[in-house]
Write a protein that binds this ligand. Structure first.
Ligand code: FES
Length: 161
């Protein structure tokens, strides 16, 4: 099985990679497209990009880690995004992250829960600074939060499944 088959790239994605593979700046464009289609970039997907573009795997990882935009773990069904823009940071955004991660049992570099239900990620200002600190779940925004409210929000989505 080829690495592209292992990564389960669609024909459209393969055609995009083929069209871009010899253009300057191609790696970022291609990785963007992979993340757009798959939601993240796994080891298999990075390997496939390396082979299909003839780029050393270390360089693919180099680009992925330089741009924090790229995700290496599959996001959860419910994506908890916590704002760490200035206003939210000053009003306790980091506490919301710590509380969410602790309630969901996420350790070290884990972004998603093992059952794939939740992921937690810091994001930049989402434009609701008057509601700081802000957390959103798949785009539903919760503002003026204190960390004791996080459990209730998570429970709401857990019950939806
Ligand atoms: S800083 Fe968090 S919404 Fe603007």
């Amino acid at each position: 099985m080829s690495s592209a088959q292992a990564a389960k790239f669609s024909n459209e994605l393969l055609a995009f990679i083929d069209a871009w593979k010899s253009k300057p700046g191609n790696l970022i464009m291609i990785l963007h497209r992979v993340q757009e289609e798959k939601g993240y970039i796994s080891k298999e997907m990075a390997q496939a990009v390396s082979e299909l573009t003839g780029t050393h795997l270390a360089r693919v990882y180099g680009v992925m880690s330089f741009y924090h935009f790229f995700k290496t773990q599959k996001p959860g069904k419910y994506k908890i995004s916590i704002c760490l823009g200035t206003a939210c940071y000053l009003k306790g955004g980091q506490d919301l992250i710590d509380e969410s991660r602790s309630l969901l049992g996420l350790s070290n570099d884990m972004v998603s829960t093992e059952d794939g239900l939740f992921s937690v990620e810091p994001v930049r200002c989402i434009g609701c600074c008057g509601l700081a600190p802000v957390l959103s779940v798949n785009g539903d925004v919760y503002g003026k939060l204190v960390k004791s409210q996080v459990a209730e929000i998570i429970a709401k989505y857990k019950n939806m499944k």
